[in-house]
Design a protein around this ligand. Structure first.
Ligand code: SER
Length: 587
């Protein structure tokens, strides 16, 4: 089976069960960005899991681009990746356990033809917050799964979410495939790594609150996620995800460029990281020292260093990125659309980093020599910080290097040194709401509403070519990135502020209408049109001041904003400027 056949089979199956397909959202959460990247298909759906009406209906399915850097240290093994595609189906207050589990079962055993004896499942064991999920176990048994193949596990294994600190979550039931060859053992052992997780059905019936307690959600949802790469790997009988067609072309190219083909770990890390940076670039992320840009920089620099390690002498990232764009452009057209920008940014970063890499590596060798002489094994935080600060070594790169020399890095003291010196990074990491994706606090509503007004005001003052490139909200301020290659004059800043403030003064009611795509365009709505949900979109109106496609959340009347002020403007990446602004209620 090819990756595209698997995507299509999944979508066709869930469409036949009454689901509407929606497009993959951007990797950079556009609304309520409380996390840096979209890490699961459910992120863009949070408002709808919390009870808002989804224009596409109550049954949704898609394949979604995801980035997770939490597992970055494990990349290089058989299954962990920093970028992956998630196949997902959702019930937004519609069907629940029986349908979700039965359809998962049907898809695996009938559509994909996986023999039942290759499968095992886990369900939630129960604790003080929620009871044991006997119902799910019984549904599995009624479908033919043997009791020996069901494990009851605690929250750390069988509970998913919330994505942030608060929000929708619930017990989950996961499906595993036997990859150990031969006959699968009769009894499922959750500790046996030859059972590989391929699908997760989250039975989302709780909302986790700020104080850490759980309350029933307004509606019971289902949120499922199947890993495309892993599923393809097991279906094709491969030993690891890198053997699939999704990685082979990149791995072939890496091998052509390198001299050391034995270092499987480095080859895999490069192949994974190249795909991640390509998809980030496809969503307009550019390497920088903050936020998403810093994550991109880290994966790029790590890939470059592994390239040197396996004997690649020339600049190679852009070549590999091109390959990935060509491979995926039909499924994800944004990659082709942003090809030039991606290649430019990738090449620039490689040039920049190659200059300091050699020097940094020499410095690192000196450190190793000294430590050997002194009999030390732990690289202290200051030294790791020096490598970061002077030679641009991301700490995980120093960690890789340390490991290769049987040394460790004192990460805690590195973090302290980093925080003391990096005002920017501190704001970036502490500033993102810890409150989780579902933060629909009054502050975030006010700032989000102000973002709409700002967006339109910028278009009015600077011209219609201004496009949103990103937005982020903390408790104190909004941040808005937009296309422009110059700083605004003081006069322009004032004009933009005045426009937003007159909308506030005019006390405009904020309301939305659901309409078709074409109607929205006709109504002059601006916004991220690529985020279309089925046929219908929500358009938020604020009198003559703003008409924008959006998922929420907003205040009911612009008067709630109090007043608006731009607190900072700065360059963001090539051709993109950044504005930070406050509303009076937050100022
Ligand atoms: N949100 C769940 C997960 O990420 C199911 O998609 O596993």
């Amino acid at each position: 089976m090819t990756a595209q056949q698997l995507r299509q089979k999944y979508i066709d199956f869930f469409v036949s069960k009454g689901h509407r397909q929606v497009q993959s959202a951007s990797l950079v959460p556009a609304e309520d960005p409380t996390v840096l990247f979209t890490t699961a298909g459910m992120h863009p759906l949070v408002p709808f899991l919390m009870g808002e009406t989804h224009p596409g209906g109550k049954r949704i399915c898609n394949y979604q681009k995801c980035v997770r850097t939490g597992d970055i240290d494990e990349v290089g093994d058989k299954t962990h990746l920093t970028f992956f595609e998630m196949l997902g189906n959702w019930s937004l207050g519609d069907y629940f356990k029986r349908e979700a589990i039965s359809w998962s079962f049907e898809f695996l055993t009938k559509e994909l033809g996986i023999p039942l004896h290759m499968l095992a499942v886990t369900v939630f064991a129960g604790d003080q917050d929620a009871s044991r999920d006997q119902e799910s176990a019984e549904i599995w048994i009624s479908l033919g799964v043997s009791e020996n193949r069901i494990a009851y596990l605690p929250k750390e294994d069988n509970w998913w979410g919330p994505a942030g600190k608060t929000g929708p979550c619930g017990p989950c039931t996961e499906m595993f495939y036997w990859t150990g060859g031969g006959q699968a053992p009769d009894t499922y052992d959750p500790k046996d790594k030859r059972w590989v997780e391929i699908w997760n059905d989250v039975l989302m019936e709780f909302n986790k609150k700020d104080d850490g307690t759980f309350e029933p959600l307004k509606q019971k949802n289902v949120d499922t996620g199947m890993g495309l790469e892993r599923t393809l790997c097991v279906l094709e009988g491969y030993d690891n995800v890198y053997e699939t067609e999704l990685f082979q072309p990149t791995i072939d190219r890496i091998k052509q460029l390198s001299t050391d083909h034995e270092d499987v770990n480095s080859i895999r890390i490069i192949a994974d990281h190249v795909r991640t940076m390509t998809f980030m670039a496809g969503d307009h992320v550019a390497p920088s020292n903050v936020g998403q840009g810093y994550v991109m920089r880290r994966v790029m620099r790590r890939a470059i260093r592994h390239g040197r390690k396996i004997g690649i002498q020339e600049h190679f990232l852009a070549k590999l990125v091109e390959g990935v764009i060509d491979q995926y452009k039909v499924i994800y057209p944004e990659l082709e659309k942003n090809r030039e920008e991606a290649l430019r940014n990738v090449s620039l970063e490689e040039e920049r980093f190659s200059k300091t890499l050699e020097q940094g590596l020499r410095e690192f060798e000196k450190v190793v020599k000294l430590m050997r002489e002194e009999g030390r094994e732990m690289i202290d935080g200051q030294t790791a910080f020096h490598l970061y600060d002077t030679y641009g070594f991301p700490v995980e790169m120093t960690k890789d290097l340390a490991q290769e020399n049987q040394l460790k890095v004192d990460l805690e003291s590195f973090q302290k040194a980093f925080e003391q010196h990096q005002e920017l990074s501190r704001t970036a990491s502490a500033g993102i709401f810890k409150g989780g994706l579902a933060d629909h606090s009054d502050e975030s509503k006010r700032l989000h509403t102000a973002t709409h007004l700002l967006h339109t005001a910028l278009k009015k003052v600077l011209g219609d070519q201004v496009e949103q490139r990103g937005s982020n909200i903390t408790k104190e301020r909004l941040r808005f990135d937009y296309t422009s290659d110059r700083k605004m004059t003081d006069e322009e800043v004032k004009k933009v502020e005045d426009l937003v403030n007159s909308a506030i003064k005019d006390e405009i009611d904020v309301y939305y209408k659901e309409m078709s795509f074409d109607e929205a365009k006709e109504a002059g709505a601006i916004g991220l049109f690529e985020h279309k949900y089925g046929d219908k979109v929500k358009v938020y109106f604020m009198g003559e001041y703003s008409t924008e496609v959006c998922g929420g959340p907003h205040v009911d009347n612009t008067r709630d904003l109090g007043g608006f002020k731009i607190s900072k403007q700065e360059p963001c990446s090539s051709g993109v400027r950044r504005i930070k602004a406050t509303v009076s209620a937050n100022a």
